[in-house]
Write a protein that binds this ligand. Sequence first.
Ligand SMILES: Nc1nc2c(ncn2[C@@H]2O[C@H](COP(=O)(O)OP(=O)(O)OP(=O)(O)O)[C@@H](O)[C@H]2O)c(=O)[nH]1
Ligand SMILES: [Mg+2]
Ligand SMILES: [Zn+2]
Ligand SMILES: [Zn+2]
Ligand SMILES: [Zn+2]
Length: 442
Amino acid sequence: MAQFEDIISKSDQVDSGSPSVYQLRTKKQKSGSLTLTVGEKQETKPNKTILLVGETATGKSTLVNALFNYAVGVKFGDDVWFQLVEDQTGSQTSDVIVYQIFGFEDQTLPFSLTIIDTPAFGDTQDPDHIRTNQRLMELFQSADGIQEVHAVGLVMKDEENPVTDRLKNIYDFIKSQFGKDVKKNIIALMTNSQGKPPRKVLQALEAANIKCAKNEKNQPCIIQFDNCQDEERTEESELSIENAWKVTERGMKQFIAFLEKSPPLQPEVILEHHKERIRLTACIQNLLERIRFTELKMRDVERTQEALRINNQKMKRDKSFNVSIPEAYKDLQPPRDGRCSYETSLCCPVCKENCHYPGCTKALNPEQCEVMIDGKCTSCTNKCPASDHVKQNRQCVIRTNKVEKTKEALKKQYKQESRQKMKLSERLEKEKTKLKEGKIDK
Ligand SMILES: Nc1nc2c(ncn2[C@@H]2O[C@H](COP(=O)(O)OP(=O)(O)OP(=O)(O)O)[C@@H](O)[C@H]2O)c(=O)[nH]1
Ligand SMILES: [Mg+2]
Ligand SMILES: [Zn+2]
Ligand SMILES: [Zn+2]
Ligand SMILES: [Zn+2]
């Protein structure tokens, strides 16, 4: 084991059995996501980045360990195993963690590795889903974050139904974030595999319309592993564990070959694509609210006309006669549904509109919100400057009231605009035309 002396000196033994298991001591850094580093980065050496996603307990974190052991050249006969992932004993990963493996280039791999381990997400009802999405985006957007990704591994168990709805959601998320070219970088990573031809998985991927990179046979890239290398070796288990090693070793060779030739996904592509998508969604949402408000205003005018028609005589006789009229108006208030802080809104008090709601994560700094282009909002009616927007946890809500009004009050409400005298009925018609043309009062 002389060849591992150096690594062992940087580890703590956690199991003295067969194999001996060592937990690596890593350098930890937290800026947004946690980064665990082994070895020193050398700028001149190439690096490959792998993003691992998939359902819970499919073996993402275990695969991180397997990749490390492969990178440092651990073989079945060495009877040793290294753990890079901490607290591995059956625990779920709860946040995005970045592992960096430096200093073993030219041993088994021609490059250093960056591996992004993610918690299970894809359940869109689960708040953790949004948090993980958010974390990943931060990681790709920050200057000291991930610069490029070479492989997105969809990790799944080699079992009856490996492709679930949640996996499909994860796949859709990945596609929406990285653009359609991402399929050149997506590979299926099967764990718990005995290495048999993966026909069922091929069918399941096809049925779910999940598109992966193609191998030289023009088949979707499916790579198999069986990562149980840390299991205690006994006379009974030895044979099956050795077979598992063979499956994983073949998988690793294929995986490394894939990494060598896969084109890197650049962060700019990811960033711009993602930002534009968020911006458009926000603008559409804003527009829908404006349309709803216009429709309500239109209803108000029509009800007013109706009330005047019915009560015309009474109102002429009695100046203090009231008609009951609905009135739509806008209000800025804290969100009623108690959404989490990362679901804050960005609103414009000038236009009284939600410019980015829900899901504005940049609300604390309106200049950075996706709806701003060159410091101006692309969402609200007046396209107000970023500085006009409010960053608090507030949202614009449309409300309706019933108000009692005399004819005089109505005249005041729909006031003369030009010097040309107009009857109230004419003014109401004019208001309807304005609403139809999209000129809305705040
Ligand atoms: N036999 C076998 N067991 C595996 C394999 N991959 C993972 N396991 C076991 O499956 C369990 C779950 O593995 P994890 O690596 O924690 O799964 P995960 O995908 O990281 O799960 P989350 O962090 O909850 O998303 C662990 O007990 C692993 O030892 C494999 O290929 N073969
Ligand atoms: Mg995990
Ligand atoms: Zn925003
Ligand atoms: Zn705005
Ligand atoms: Zn505005």
